[in-house]
Ligand binder design. Structure first.
Ligand SMILES: Nc1ncnc2c1ncn2[C@@H]1O[C@H](COP(=O)(O)OP(=O)(O)OP(=O)(O)O)[C@@H](O)[C@H]1O
Length: 274
């Protein structure tokens, strides 16, 4: 196993990303120390998923760089990138299970794809991970037979079956009932500890995310507008961060889409015109 002492498992340095002429992310600096859960919080469309894709090497930055285990992904050969990606696990918002494969085969999929391990090894590894997410008894079910919460747990087992050093979670709590949500929150924390991994957790579910994160970055408009431990962020006096953390409908991010005249003005003009 790699010795991460003294360095970051992942580092984002002055990252900029543009689509055409449109700036999506600008000047981002993010560090993921070993063993920690780092949260990326932000409203819809702030660039969270784009950031994850840049961290995983699926997209190339316009400027700046992403370093994984001290090595820049920029200009890396396809085979080296493939090697690094094998050490990353990913859980998507909608679980993305393969519908024609059983629970067991879904979890075994990365092992069959990336390793030549004998069937007995694969069986042990898959059953170990299914046990960890409490679904050993569901091994023969098909995805259509699972509840949303169970599907998310199967996806979680699949994301960690290769014992990744780095796990990315993209909106892992979306659409879950409160009990399933609590289970997934606890599992993310437990798996990170048990695997000695580091996690990047992208979410707009503030309470759940801050409950397990060691450190969080708050994004708005493609920039980091605040960062700190959950306790530091809760005490922030930035109006934008406070509005986001508390979910206030109005604040620096206005409730009303800008209009040329106020509603009162329009009403008065309507009365005068009659
Ligand atoms: N393939 C694409 N082509 C063009 N624009 C894109 C593409 N993917 C994302 N965008 C734009 O980039 C911006 C950031 O998108 P992104 O999906 O990263 O945001 P997000 O914070 O993950 O949002 P959400 O929480 O809604 O998933 C958005 O304005 C989006 O419209």
């Amino acid at each position: 196993m790699t010795d991460f002492a003294g360095k970051h498992v992942l580092e984002v340095r002055d990252l900029h990303f543009e689509r055409g002429k449109r700036s999506i992310l600008s000047g981002m600096n993010i560090r993921v120390p070993p063993g920690q859960i780092i949260a990326i919080l932000g409203g819809s469309g702030t660039g969270k998923t784009t950031l994850l894709q840049l961290m995983g090497g699926q997209l190339q930055p316009s400027r700046g760089e992403v370093l994984v285990d001290g090595t820049s992904l920029r200009g890396m050969s396809t085979s080296s990138l493939y090697g690094i990606r094998k050490r990353m696990g990913m859980l998507f918002q909608h679980s993305a299970l393969l519908t024609d494969l059983s629970v067991y085969e879904n979890v075994a999929f990365p092992l069959r794809r990336h390793t030549r391990l004998p069937a007995s090894f694969i069986r042990s590894l898959v059953m170990l991970k299914l046990e960890a997410v409490g679904l050993r008894g569901a091994r023969d079910l098909m995805p259509a037979e699972l509840s949303g919460g169970m599907a998310r747990r199967v996806a979680l087992a699949r994301a960690v079956v290769m014992d990744p050093m780095l796990i990315f979670y993209d909106e892992p709590f979306t659409g879950l009932d409160p009990i399933s949500l609590g289970v997934v929150v606890t599992l993310i924390k437990q798996l990170n500890e048990a695997l000695g991994a580091s996690s990047v957790l992208v979410s707009h579910d503030v309470a759940e995310t801050l409950g397990i994160a060691d450190y969080a970055y708050v994004l708005a408009g493609g920039r980091v507008i605040g960062e700190g431990t959950p306790a530091q962020l809760q005490q922030s006096d930035s109006p934008l961060i406070r509005q986001f953390l508390r979910g206030d409908p109005d604040g620096p991010v206005p409730f009303h889409y800008p209009a040329s005249r106020s509603y009162e003005q329009e009403l008065l003009e309507g009365v005068r015109a009659r």
